[in-house]
Design a protein around this ligand. Sequence first.
Ligand code: ADP
Ligand code: MG
Length: 306
Amino acid sequence: MDSIIEVKNLQKKYGDFYAVNGISFEVVKGEVFGLLGPNGAGKSTTMEMLVGLRKPDGGTATIAGHSIGKDASKIKQEIGIQLQSTSLFELLKVKEIIELYASFYPSHIPIQPLIDEMLLTEKQNSLVKGLSGGQKQRLAIALALIHDPQIIFLDEPTTGLDPQARRTLWDIILTLKERGKTVVLSTHYMDEAHVLADRIGIMDQGKLIALDTPNNLVSSIEAESAIEFKTKSPERVDEFNHLESVTNIVVNHDFVTLYTRNLQFSLIALLEYTKEKDISISDLSTRSATLEDVFLSMTGRGLREE
Ligand code: ADP
Ligand code: MG
């Protein structure tokens, strides 16, 4: 594997609190690497350290062979960044701001094809402040691409967008990959990570708790399905561990998620057992296991809980 980013034991502390607590991973040239985790996991802090906006308190990282903190100007030429906090000049027009950014670099890619490709052709003479959320994100990506970098950092590019705008952005990100760019993308949407990322690092509380392809991550919990229900006796759910084919149980207040290797066997066993023991359950549903379940079974929490 040809890695283009190497991160070793990277740390960031605020006072006594570790926002990023010793994470290590490699990003392979040409892949979309996803950092998946809930709010506060440390995704943005990690990306900001890699692109040179925050100084690590420990660890090392190299980008295209250059050490962060040492070769900042060389790294700048290799990377394009769209960060959560990117604020655009609201009173410039779309094309003007792209031309402005282009002027910051010794060379840049042709502007009009870039505008067209980001689906901003009709908006190129509009003020930035009049753009929709999706259009603003596409503009931010255009600005990240202007100097033709080989690595693109996208920090939660679709957060807050409507489903259609999200899908448009997914297509754009997949096109970047097809063109050989390496993309590092953070998200708290498991569906997005699954669709876009070749490999996913799952982050929680400043740590990388798992790293693999989406399919391997889902397989790792050894459950093909989840059975969900509510119960008034959450203290008794440990008893369900003995039910046929059950691999794991996660309880959140009165809401139970029961993972199984065989949905049919476990479902029948659950219904028979709860009837026999007079344990009341309600709101029963079943579904296939997803990346969300990988997070849930590792942390006991959902990806979108605070
Ligand atoms: P994510 O992007 O995954 O939501 P962040 O990297 O933004 O997470 O934040 C990780 C943790 O670090 C959070 O608990 C956040 O509150 C904290 N944090 C981030 N920036 C600062 C800062 N400048 N000062 C103090 N704490 C911070
Ligand atoms: Mg963030």
